[in-house]
Design a protein around this ligand. Structure first.
Ligand code: HEM
Length: 531
């Protein structure tokens, strides 16, 4: 900012001079370009790249106290910094960069004008995620355009966000609310089984699981019940809206980090958001209005719950739209992506699949289907879910970053306000200093009787494996997400034996969008176990 205003003053003063001919103007422009280039190179020269360099130089000029303790990190390229690290499999690239800079505990890098720190260490991750300084999220244009700043995920840290978190904890994700939807999850699981049983031969599970997950969220959020096997325009429409939003939020938007590019909307993200939002508004608003007109017995879905709130908790219709849309959005894909990874691992490791099935047969038997209450008596199935969360966390970088609200110190380094912080959970869960044989798929690591890992919680208290984040901004839907995933996986493994497709063997290649999913959808063959 200061440099731009300096340039403006130079031009202004020069324009008042008599000697300001067009030739001099070109010379002046050339001079300014050279100065900008020289300054960009100076900024770029700093460890961590241009954004850190800019901060360092400007801070020096404003004569604030200087802390010479510098966070190591790549310089990247002049002006744009390390944008290249954030494309494709960012978690892998960032992990490799941290290793090569000896900066696994804390690494600095620049995304254009954005200063970023990232850790691949559980202790430092805890320091960041559990600090109240990092309770905010960095501004993301697509998130704001898609109304997520009025929902929980991107609402600025403050009274409004706290109100939403309280509503979520006490009403939407309370144990009572979760257990009231048990029958719904059972019904959808049974429908999945019927569809899979009819498929015969090889089939792709992704479409079935995604649709099941969307139907499940539509039922919890809107109270809408649809048959999985039949196509209907409502689910199709919503699925398209979610898919488009997913794509937009998952994209690295250059304008977020290079403000001088913002007006151009080069990636057409603003345009696409502005086309999507009215459609979402129309869709969700119609459902809210229908609920308002309903009389008699209520479903107690999320719309009912929000409409029943009074006083300071009462949300406006627009706020409700944002919250409900976020729930559908966040709850659908994370669950589906994780189930696909688990089934892929089960197909890849038949001996482990047999162990889960042995446990299911022991606890449930073969005469009846699995119920959610059975999961409480199981050890191996939860261990399998944890092991897949370890090797394939749906959010390897914890999906959404955090923002420092004030000056703070992390791992002994000064971190200025406005710095974005990330945790590379994927790198932590594959670190040989943290896990024995980290690349080996071994659910036993979570069940061995003499180990402290028997009761290992993945809900955020132990940062060696915290796929739902931790601290104030931890995932509010984690209990619901975990309950759904564990039950559906258990149900499917109880009903079928799962086998590799002959022509399409399991391919664990990743693709990072908003979540990290299998690049090549899982193809399987199933054989009924309970006749
Ligand atoms: C397997 C399932 C899921 C995984 C792996 C997951 C993961 C995550 C992660 C890593 C975060 C960021 C946490 C942080 O910054 O510390 C998050 C935030 C969030 N998740 Fe989940 N999630 C899952 C399911 C769900 C479900 C089912 C819902 C709701 C229906 C949900 C709603 C949210 C919301 C609203 C936030 C933002 C919280 C805030 O900023 O205050 N998630 N989730």
């Amino acid at each position: 900012m200061e440099t731009f205003s300096d340039c403006f003053w130079v031009l202004f003063v020069a324009s008042k001079c008599k000697t300001f001919s067009s030739q001099n103007f070109i010379l002046l422009l050339l001079f300014l370009c050279m100065a900008w280039l020289a300054m960009s190179l100076c900024f770029w020269f700093y460890p961590g790249g241009p954004a850190w360099g800019k901060h360092f130089w400007l801070r020096k000029r404003s004569a604030t106290k200087l802390n010479n303790n510098i966070i190591p990190g790549p310089r990247g390229f002049p002006v744009v910094g390390s944008m290249n690290l954030m494309v494709n499999l960012a978690h892998r690239k960032l992990s490799a960069a941290a290793k090569s800079f000896g900066a696994k505990r804390l690494m600095a890098f620049s995304l254009g004008d954005t200063r970023v720190i990232i850790t691949c260490n559980p202790d430092v991750a805890k320091e960041i995620l559990n600090s109240s300084v990092f309770a905010d999220r960095p501004v993301k244009e697509s998130a704001y355009s898609l109304m997520f700043n009025r929902a929980i995920g991107f609402a600025p840290y403050g009274v409004y966000w706290r109100t939403l978190r309280r509503i979520a904890a006490t009403h939407l994700f309370s144990p009572k609310q979760i257990s009231s939807t048990e029958a719904q999850r059972f019904g959808i699981a049974s429908q999945m089984v019927s569809i899979m049983a009819c498929r015969g031969g090889e089939f792709s599970v992704r479409d079935i699981i995604k649709k099941a997950s969307l139907n499940n969220m539509m039922c919890s959020v809107f109270g809408s019940k649809y048959q999985l096997g039949s196509s209907n325009s409502e689910t199709q429409k919503l699925s398209q809206l979610v898919e488009e939003g997913y794509d937009l939020l998952g994209k690295l938007n250059w304008s977020d980090h290079l403000p001088w590019l913002a007006r151009l909307d080069l990636q057409r993200i603003r345009l696409r958001c502005s086309e999507l939002v009215p459609k979402v508004n129309k869709f969700v608003n119609r459902i809210i209005q229908e609920h308002k007109l309903q009389t008699g017995r209520r479903n107690h879905d999320f719309v009912d719950v929000l409409l029943s709130l009074n006083g300071p908790d009462r949300l406006s219709d627009n706020e409700m739209i944002a919250v409900l849309w976020e729930m559908i959005f966040r709850g659908t894909d994370t669950v589906a992506v994780l189930i696909e990874w688990i089934l892929a691992r089960m197909v890849l490791h038949p001996e482990i699949q047999s162990k889960v099935q042995a446990e299911l047969d022991q606890v449930v038997g073969k005469s009846r289907p699995l119920m959610e209450s059975d999961i409480l008596s199981m050890f191996y199935l939860p261990a399998v879910v944890k092991e897949v969360l370890r090797l394939h966390p749906p959010g390897p970088l914890l999906s959404w970053a955090r923002l420092a609200i004030t000056d703070t110190t992390i791992d002994g380094y000064h971190v200025p306000p406005g710095t974005t912080a990330m945790v590379n959970m994927w790198a932590i869960t594959r670190d040989p200093d943290v896990w024995i044989d980290p690349l080996k798929f071994m659910p036993e690591r979570f069940v061995s009787k003499d180990s402290a890992d028997v009761e290992f919680s993945v809900l955020g208290s132990d940062l060696r494996l915290a796929p739902f984040g931790s601290g104030r901004r931890t995932c509010p839907g984690k209990t619901l997400g975990l309950a759904t995933v564990s039950f559906w996986v258990g149900f499917l493994l109880h009903e079928f034996e799962w086998m590799q497709s002959d022509d399409n063997p399991v391919d664990l290649t990743e693709m990072l969008r908003l979540s990290c999913e299998m690049a090549n959808p899982l193809k399987v063959k199933v054989h009924p176990r309970r006749c």
